[in-house]
Design a protein around this ligand. Structure first.
Ligand code: ZN
Length: 113
């Protein structure tokens, strides 16, 4: 089975895991006391950091960029502030949906307008 990472536990806590991973995390949590301890740590860490931009972002679920915006990001085109926002969303928040979307766009090549 795949390794359960802290990031997965955080996503689990925020209800942001894909179904398959959600089931794997729940199963692992039931079976592993060590993992339950890690999960507790993740929760505490999150509580302490709840006023950081990242935590607020995760908690408030600030909306994901659109596919068009992600396409622009791939090309380095668009409003610099927006590109920064997307960069943050992908790299700091590590949004799994947008990362998957971006991978998909890379495969397709130039995005359609
Ligand atoms: Zn996103």
């Amino acid at each position: 089975m795949a390794q359960i990472t802290r990031q997965m536990l955080r996503d689990y806590m925020h209800d942001a895991l894909p179904d398959a991973e959600l089931a794997a995390v729940e199963k692992a949590l039931r079976e592993s006391a060590a993992l339950r301890k890690l999960y507790q740590e993740v929760i505490e860490q999150e509580d302490r950091g709840e006023h950081t931009v990242g935590a607020i972002w995760r908690r408030e679920r600030v909306s994901c960029p659109t596919r068009d915006q992600l396409g622009g990001y791939l090309l380095g085109a668009g409003d610099p502030e927006q590109l920064e926002y997307i960069d943050f969303h992908l790299k700091v928040i590590g949004c799994p949906y947008c990362q998957a979307n971006l991978e998909d766009l890379k495969k397709l090549g130039k995005p359609k307008k």
